[in-house]
Every structure is written in structure tokens, then in C-alpha cells.
Design a protein around this ligand. Structure first.
Ligand code: SAM
Ligand code: SF4
Length: 475
């Protein structure tokens, strides 16, 4: 792939092309997953080392059921050993679905005349955010189509608006973004508005497949998209999320593409992506693709486990595109964030719509329609601590996943206490008495496990302060 740094206004050599499809295929075609090699690779990851492309290729080629089970077990162990049992919760908020692109898999694409187009007005954004706050949400990701109306200024405006909306004890403490790639100046404006993560999915890392799925509009340009997070870094925005839309091309290739992208960001900017997302194609209005590359449930579980082992200190996001049973299963292999109470129809949070999904108003179909309350109830039943923590971001502790992973005691000192404090807030403000009781029991149990740690007394004190009415306490 020829790359022209001038065209992308990247000032130096860091912007070499970093996806070479032939090279990735060579890795996949040459990898031999012998028992010894697969075990060696799992052990390397459990020893807190990042895997290289040859090692990831070996794992994606593994089909022997016994070895696949060992990969799954490896990912489970890594997650338990390193991250413990916290799950961070968020919700997506679709701001507008106007779009000038023609992604063949998306219900919002320009050529889909059935799509009902709208952009939330400021008043509607306020209504939506208040409804989300009333449910207990603290972290949002704002989502936009690609359209001249959704400029960097407009995105920054919506971010500021959302941060300013407070209802009762509700407030949004972290606003992430999923929107089209910007230029460096645009990323700067968004950063100034105080966003958390800027998330952009490459969709497919295979240049030819990419061209086929994106026939027109600005998104047609593979390189413009591939280099977007480099421009973000140039603008000083180092909290970024990457992802691939699984089902467009061979899943093994995409896994290597994601790892290659991670390597690139780490090598050039010293900071890897904050999160990796791995959405699978779901039904959408006028979906125009074949099922040739659709990923089976068993391959999906396998690829999540491989990603966990490959990039042990990157957050992993699993969304309500997947049904509850798959979410339950996949979560144990290293997922750190999930959405809860998700509604994709524009303007539907405050209207409690979406009981019957209307694909013409949504980007795609979601398969886990449970409310945030139901999800929290189940997480607690399964011994996960639901967390709304936003402390690191607000204290400027960037690269927190790396710190969780590499700084001894970081999780006990910060993550677990903050998860318990935000869970307490949720239980006091939003939970029914049954969930409250279960939640307090889990908090007590977790405190018991932390016992002896210097923080425990202070965590208890702060929990009592929250019960007495204070909010937003964190370490
Ligand atoms: N318009 C921006 C863009 O394309 O980057 C914002 C993101 S788009 C609204 C969010 C993501 O949804 C896309 O990047 C794509 O990966 C995913 N998506 C689109 N159609 C989908 C489908 N049918 N099933 C699952 N995910 C889909
Ligand atoms: Fe537009 Fe994004 Fe949908 Fe593509 S994925 S049609 S860019 S909203």
C-alpha cells in the first residue's frame, strides 16, 4: 500500500503504512499450531507479555478442541488473575443518523431510502441524557453518522452539552465518541471538549474487501480511516479505541489486523489503544452482504479469548449486538466493558420506546434488550462487580489499563475500591430493595477479600458517606 503523508498532514515518518495484507496472510499460512507451541504461547501471555503476529497467527489456526479449550482457559485465567471480576458499564446514545457513506452492512447508509433520518435537537439530547441518568448511567458513548452536519464543532458542542446535564444525583462523568475520522484540527477540538475515548472501527483491515464494502462517500478511503488514530495522537488525543466488524472478511485476518494496529500505535506513540471492540454483523435495514465470512459462535468465543491473550492490557468491549447467552459466555474470557439498557432507535431512551425494534430507525438490530437494572442484577448474581468508575480519566491517570496490568497493587488500590463506591451509588439511587441487598452482600464479600489492605477502612468510610448522601467519591 502506498502511503502519502502529505495527503494526511502527518508531519513525519511515523505514518508508514502498517497494514500489509500479503504479510498478514503469510503469517497465517505459515503458522503451525503444535501442542508445544500453543502451550508456550499461552504461557508467554500469562507471564504478562504481549504476543507477536506469528504467535497470534498460531493461535488463530488452532482447531484441535483440546488446545482450543486451553486457549479459552488461558484467557479466563488471565482475566481473573489480572483484572479480577469488575465489569464497567456504559450506554450508547445515537445523536444522528444522517450519512453520506454507503457501507453495505449499515442501515444508515445513504442509499437506504427506507431509513428515517434525524438528528436529535439539543432539547432532545437533554431529554435522552436525563432518562439515561434516571436509569443510573454514568458513562456514555455518543454515536454519529458521517455527515457535514456532524462536524468536529458540532460533536464538541454535544459533548459539552451532555456533561452539563444533571438530574437529581445523576450526571454523565465520561463521554466517549464513535464517529467518523477527523483531521488533526478536528481531533484537537474534540479533545478540548473533554472526551474520554475516541473510537473508530476499521471495519475490515483487508484493503480490497474494504473497497468492496465501502463503494462511495468519504469512508471509501481505506487509508484515511486507517490513519485516523494517528491524527488523533498528533492532536494530543491519546485515548483511542479500535475495532473490526467481524463478518466482512476472514476473522483470523481481522484478529491479526487488530494486533498489528495495536503494535503500530504502541511503537509510534508509546500508548496502545485503550479498548478493542469486536462487533459481529447483525441484521440491518437493507443489509447487502453475503454470509460467507460470518463468524460462528464458537469461533467468536475463540477469537475473543485470543485477543485477550494477544493484548493482555487492553480493555475489551462487548456490546448488546450479541444476545444475553453469548454475552454471559464471552464475558469470562476477558471482556472489561459492556453496555446495558441499550436502545438504538434515536430518541428512544426518554420515550421508553424500542419494545418492538424498527429497523428503519436503527443502524442494526440489537439482541440483548435487557434494562441496565436487569444486567446489574445478573452481574451481581454471577459475582461480577458492576463498575461506573471514571476516576483514572478524571485524575489524568491515562493508560489505566496498562497500569492495572503492570503496576503491582493498582487494582486493589484504585479499581476495586472505585468499583465498590460507584456500585454503592447505584444501589442507593437506582436499585430495587432486592438488588440492593444482593449488591451490599457482594460489596461486603469483596471488602472481606481486600482485608488487610491499607485502603479497606477508608473504603468503608466512603461507602458510609455515600449512603449518607455524598456522591462522586473516588481514589
Ligand atoms: N458513522 C461512523 C462510522 O462509520 O465510523 C460511526 C460509527 S457507526 C454508527 C458504528 C459502528 O457500527 C460501525 O463502525 C460499524 O462497525 C458498526 N455497524 C454498522 N453496521 C452494523 C451491523 N449491521 N451490525 C453490527 N455492527 C454494525
Ligand atoms: Fe454511515 Fe457509519 Fe453506517 Fe457507514 S457505518 S453508513 S459511515 S453510519
Amino acid at each position: 500500500m502506498k502511503f502519502n503523508p502529505e495527503k494526511y498532514r502527518i508531519p513525519d515518518e511515523r505514518m508508514k503504512p502498517f497494514i500489509d495484507a500479503d504479510e498478514i496472510w503469510e503469517y497465517i499460512n505459515n503458522a503451525k499450531p503444535t501442542k508445544e507451541r500453543v502451550r508456550e504461547i499461552i504461557a508467554k501471555s500469562l507471564d504478562k507479555n504481549r504476543l507477536n503476529l506469528e504467535e497470534v497467527a498460531t493461535l488463530v489456526n488452532t482447531t484441535d478442541p483440546e488446545l482450543v479449550e486451553e486457549i479459552l482457559q488461558g484467557a479466563r485465567t488471565l482475566k481473573e488473575r489480572i483484572y479480577g471480576n469488575r465489569i464497567v458499564l456504559f450506554a450508547p446514545l445515537y445523536i444522528g443518523n444522517k450519512c453520506t457513506n454507503n457501507c453495505q452492512y449499515c442501515g444508515f447508509r445513504a442509499s437506504n431510502k427506507d431509513a428515517i433520518r434525524m438528528t436529535l435537537s439539543d432539547e432532545e439530547i437533554v431529554q435522552e441524557v436525563e432518562a439515561l441518568e434516571d436509569n443510573g448511567q454514568k458513562r456514555l458513548i455518543l454515536v454519529y453518522g458521517e455527515h457535514p452536519e456532524y462536524s468536529a464543532e458540532y460533536i464538541a458542542h454535544t459533548v459539552r452539552l451532555v456533561y452539563g446535564i444533571k438530574k437529581n444525583n445523576g450526571e454523565i462523568r465520561r463521554v466517549n465518541i464513535n464517529a467518523a475520522p477527523l483531521d488533526i484540527e478536528g481531533f484537537r477540538k474534540i479533545k478540548e471538549a473533554g472526551i474520554g475515548t475516541y473510537q473508530i472501527f476499521q471495519e475490515t483491515y483487508h484493503p480490497e474487501a474494504y473497497t468492496w464494502y465501502h463503494p462511495s462517500g468519504k469512508k471509501k478511503d481505506f487509508e484515511w480511516r486507517l490513519t485516523s488514530l494517528d491524527r488523533a495522537q498528533e492532536a494530543g488525543l491519546d485515548d483511542v479505541g479500535i475495532g473490526a466488524l467481524f463478518g466482512l472478511y476472514d476473522w483470523r485476518f481481522e484478529v491479526l489486523g487488530l494486533v498489528r494496529h495495536t503494535n503500530h500505535l504502541e511503537a509510534c506513540y508509546n500508548v496502545g489503544p485503550h479498548t478493542i471492540s469486536f462487533p459481529r454483523i447483525k441484521s440491518a435495514s437493507g443489509l447487502n452482504i453475503t454470509d460467507k465470512y460470518f463468524v460462528s459462535d464458537s469461533d467468536f468465543v475463540k477469537l475473543v479469548a485470543i485477543l485477550r491473550l494477544a493484548v493482555p492490557y487492553t480493555g475489551m468491549i462487548l456490546t448488546a449486538r450479541e444476545p444475553a447467552d453469548i454475552r454471559r459466555q464471552v464475558i469470562q474470557f476477558g471482556v472489561s466493558q459492556i453496555d446495558g439498557g441499550t436502545k438504538l432507535e434515536l430518541g428512544s431512551y426518554h420515550a421508553s420506546k424500542n419494545e418492538h425494534q424498527d429497523l428503519n430507525k436503527e443502524q442494526f438490530e440489537i439482541n440483548d434488550n435487557r434494562s441496565l437494572g436487569e444486567i446489574i442484577d445478573e452481574l451481581i448474581d454471577h459475582n461480577y462487580i458492576p463498575s461506573f468508575c471514571t476516576a483514572c480519566y478524571r485524575l489524568g491517570r491515562t493508560g489505566e489499563h496498562f497500569m492495572e496490568f503492570s503496576v503491582p497493587g493498582f487494582i486493589k488500590r484504585y479499581c476495586t475500591p472505585n468499583a465498590l463506591l460507584t456500585l454503592t451509588e447505584y444501589l442507593v439511587d437506582y436499585a430495587n430493595p432486592e438488588v440492593q441487598q444482593k449488591g451490599y452482600k457482594l460489596i461486603e464479600k469483596t471488602l472481606g477479600e481486600l482485608d488487610g489492605h491499607q485502603n479497606t477502612l477508608e473504603i468503608r468510610r466512603r461507602i458510609e458517606r455515600i449512603k449518607a448522601g455524598e456522591r462522586d467519591l473516588y481514589f
